[in-house]
Design a protein around this ligand. Structure first.
Ligand SMILES: [Fe+2]
Ligand SMILES: [Fe+2]
Length: 299
């Protein structure tokens, strides 16, 4: 299927629309969330069937309380990795706007998105603090690679991995925000994020569709491969093995069991379903990139 890239006018119109939506519907997490609300003893933090060990013998051996605790730490890990990717994105968007006309609506939208992500980082950090969880970190080698990536990536190698990250977490947050078994504070954080991320997804999808047809075969190969590698790394980093220690499990062996857990692999594919369909439509899933996505269970 061929997709017609939106032209420059369409790009400005989209940006104008997103700027209006941002002015009308943005949140200040410091004011719009009741941070003092009590943390309910029975509420979970993730839908249980989305916890990485769900369906394994290890899971069967955990008490209700331990399961809830693990859901809290897995959510904290996803929020931590999420806010780390947002800090990476803020830097990449700032680099992008450096080369654009600040009078253009699309530049102003990119600047507005930097503002959104700045508030999101603070919102997730406050949620971690409120839950009494550590800020989980991606592995050291990933942190070092990200320094190189954020300083050099351009065009589709920025927008495709950003979309993968935003859309996989979005899928989980949408499933969580209306789930009555989840703690109200977490649902509110997710709801705010879903509303504002919908605009980011629109912007990045349009940019990607506009930029891809202009690439020659070599740049196209680089964009497809870099996007698959970054997407796979982010997906694999979402649950830090250290979370398992919170319920007394050995991080290394529990992480291995989670990795081999067919239920968890299906959750990863479910999270990636929408964005992978879009990337396939854009011709980014090729015989070189597909095995990378498969290995990380995005496909
Ligand atoms: Fe965000
Ligand atoms: Fe975003």
């Amino acid at each position: 299927m061929t997709v017609t890239p939106p032209d420059a006018d369409a790009r400005e119109r989209t940006a104008e629309r997103l700027l209006k939506a941002s002015a009308k519907n943005s949140y200040d997490p410091r004011l719009d969330i009741d941070w003092a609300a009590a943390i309910d003893g029975d509420a979970a933090f993730l839908p249980v069937e989305r916890v990485s060990l769900y369906g394994t013998g290890l899971w069967d051996g955990l008490s209700e309380r331990q399961r809830r605790e693990l859901s809290k730490h897995e959510l904290a890990s996803i929020a931590s990795i999420g806010l780390w990717t947002e800090i990476v994105l803020i830097q990449m968007l700032a680099r992008y706007t450096y080369h654009q006309d600040p009078k253009a609506a699309h530049t102003q939208y990119a600047l507005t998105e930097i503002g959104d992500e700045t508030r999101h980082v603070i919102m997730f950090a406050k949620a971690l603090e409120r839950m009494g969880c550590p800020t989980y970190q991606p592995p050291r080698v990933v942190r070092q690679l990200a320094r190189l990536y954020k300083a050099t990536a351009r065009g589709p190698s920025v927008f495709a991995p950003v979309l993968i990250t935003e859309e996989i977490t979005d899928r989980l947050q949408r499933a969580t925000m209306n789930d009555e078994s989840i703690h109200p504070l977490i649902r509110m954080v997710n709801r705010i994020h879903v509303v504002e991320e919908a605009r980011h997804v629109r912007f990045a999808r349009d940019e990607l569709a506009r930029q891809l047809p202009r690439l020659g075969p070599v740049k196209r190969f680089v964009a497809n491969t870099v996007s698959a590698i970054v997407g796979a790394i982010v997906m694999s980093a979402l649950v830090d093995p250290a979370v398992y220690a919170s319920v007394g499990l050995d991080p290394t062996s529990a992480a291995r069991i989670a990795r081999d857990n067919p239920h968890h692999q299906a959750t990863r594919r479910w999270m990636a379903e929408r964005i992978m369909a879009f990337l396939a439509e854009q011709g980014m899933v090729t015989r070189y990139s597909r095995p990378i996505y498969r290995r990380a269970h995005l496909l």
